[in-house]
Design a protein. Structure first.
Length: 377
C-alpha cells in the first residue's frame, strides 16, 4: 500500500468488553469506523468480556494485559510496550485507569494522537482519580464527554482546559434495535405470565442507578395497574439488596430479575415502558437504545438526561429518589396508549437525528485525524 493510502493504526483501550454501555460504544466504534482508513485493535486491561468474540469476528484483534492484584503501578509500562510493538499511531481511551495507563504508555511509545472519552462518571469522584485525570489530560489532544453535562463536570471538577473538551453523544446501530419481537413468546421465555404491561429496567445494579426507588414504586404501580410486571436486566453490587427489598414488599411475583443480557433489543421490544430511576447520570446508553427500539421512556431529571428527553414530548421525567413520583407517572403512562404511541414516534425521530453510530464514528474519526482532518503527525 502506498504511503498516501496507508492505514492509520488505531487502538481502543478499555477495562474490558463486558456487557455495559461503555463497552457497547467501543463495539460500535469498531463496527462503524472507516476500515479503509484505519487499522483498528482493542486493548482490555482487566478481562476480555462477552463482547470480545463479536469484535474479533469483525477481524479486529483484541489484546489482554491483565493487571496484578490490587493496584498495578507499572501497568503503563506494559501498555507502552504493546503500543510500541504494534506501531500504534492513535489511541482512544475510555474511563480512568485506561486514561492514565494509556496516556503515559502512549508517551513512552511515541503515539502521535491521543484521545480520551469520559463515559459519565459520578462527580465529584474520588480526589485521587480527579487529580490523575487532570494530570494526564495535559498529554491528551482531546477529552470527550458523552453529554454537555459530563463536559461541564470535567471542566468544573478536573479543571480540564475548555479548548481540549468536546461533546460527542454515544451512538448505536439503529437497525440492531428496530427488530420485530414476538412479545408473548419473549414473555414465556422469561417466565412471565404476560397478564399485564411490562416495565423494564436495564442497567448496572449499582446505587447510582436508583433501582431501589423503582422497586419501592412497584406496589403502587401494581395497585393502579393490576398485572403490571417489572423486568430487571443487569447485575451489580446492589442486586442482593434489590431482591431483598422486592421480598420485603411482597413483590417477588411482580418483579423478575434476569441478570445481564445480550438480547437487549428484544427486551426493549417486549417492554411497554423502559424506566431509568437514576440518581446520577451522564447519558446512559439505554436511552438511545430504547428510542431506536420504539420503547417509551420514563426517567429521572438528572445529569444529561433532560438534554435528550423532553418531558411530555419524547418521554417523561420525574425527580430522582421519589418512588411516589415514579409510580404515579408510570401508572398514568401505562393507562394512556396515545401518550405511549406519541413517545415511540418522537423517540425514534430523536434517535435518527442525534444518536446513530455512523454519526458518532464520523465525529471520532475527525478527532483521530486531527483538527484539519489530516493524518496524525
Amino acid at each position: 500500500m502506498s504511503a498516501a493510502h496507508r492505514k492509520i493504526r488505531l487502538m481502543q483501550i478499555t477495562h474490558d468488553l463486558a456487557i455495559g454501555g461503555l463497552q457497547q460504544v467501543v463495539v460500535n466504534l469498531c463496527r462503524h469506523i472507516d476500515k479503509e482508513r484505519f487499522d483498528v485493535s482493542v486493548l482490555c486491561l482487566r478481562e476480555l468480556g462477552e463482547f470480545a468474540p463479536e469484535v474479533e469476528a469483525m477481524g479486529i484483534p483484541v489484546f489482554l494485559l491483565p493487571q496484578k492484584e490490587g493496584t498495578d503501578y507499572f501497568s503503563f509500562m506494559k501498555v507502552g510496550r504493546l503500543l510500541r510493538r504494534e506501531k500504534i499511531e492513535v489511541i482512544h481511551t475510555h474511563n480512568t485507569q485506561p486514561f492514565v495507563d494509556g496516556m503515559v504508555g502512549a508517551l513512552m511509545a511515541g503515539v502521535k494522537r491521543r484521545i480520551h472519552t469520559d463515559h459519565a462518571r459520578a462527580f465529584p469522584d474520588k480526589w485521587r482519580y480527579m487529580v490523575a485525570e487532570w494530570a494526564v489530560s495535559h498529554v491528551a489532544h482531546k477529552v470527550v464527554g458523552v453529554s454537555d453535562h459530563t463536559v461541564s463536570n470535567l471542566r468544573r471538577y478536573e479543571k480540564i482546559s475548555a479548548a481540549k473538551l468536546a461533546t460527542i453523544v454515544n451512538g448505536i446501530s439503529g437497525e440492531t434495535y428496530a427488530v420485530p419481537v414476538d412479545r408473548r413468546a419473549k414473555a414465556r421465555e422469561l417466565g412471565l405470565n404476560f397478564d399485564g404491561p411490562v416495565l423494564g429496567f436495564v442497567a448496572r445494579l449499582e446505587e447510582e442507578k436508583g433501582g431501589i426507588f423503582l422497586i419501592r414504586a412497584m406496589p403502587e404501580i401494581v395497585a393502579r395497574i393490576p398485572g403490571a410486571t417489572l423486568v430487571v436486566a443487569g447485575q451489580g453490587s446492589r442486586q442482593g439488596a434489590l431482591e431483598e427489598e422486592a421480598r420485603n414488599l411482597g413483590m417477588t411475583h411482580r418483579i423478575r430479575f434476569i441478570g445481564p443480557r445480550m438480547d437487549v433489543p428484544e427486551l426493549l421490544g417486549l417492554f411497554d415502558l423502559c424506566v431509568l430511576p437514576s440518581l446520577r447520570e451522564g447519558l446512559p446508553m439505554v436511552i438511545p437504545e430504547a428510542m431506536a427500539a420504539g420503547c417509551p421512556l420514563l426517567a429521572t431529571r438528572v445529569g444529561g438526561v433532560p438534554s435528550v428527553i423532553t418531558h411530555g414530548v419524547n418521554g417523561s421525567l420525574v425527580p430522582p429518589a421519589d418512588p411516589g413520583a415514579l409510580a404515579a407517572e408510570a401508572a398514568a403512562l401505562l393507562d394512556d396508549e396515545a401518550r405511549l404511541a406519541a413517545y415511540r414516534d418522537a423517540g425514534r425521530q430523536v434517535f435518527w437525528d442525534r444518536f446513530s453510530a455512523e454519526t458518532m464514528a464520523a465525529r471520532y474519526e475527525a478527532l483521530y485525524l486531527g483538527r484539519n482532518g489530516t493524518d496524525p503527525s
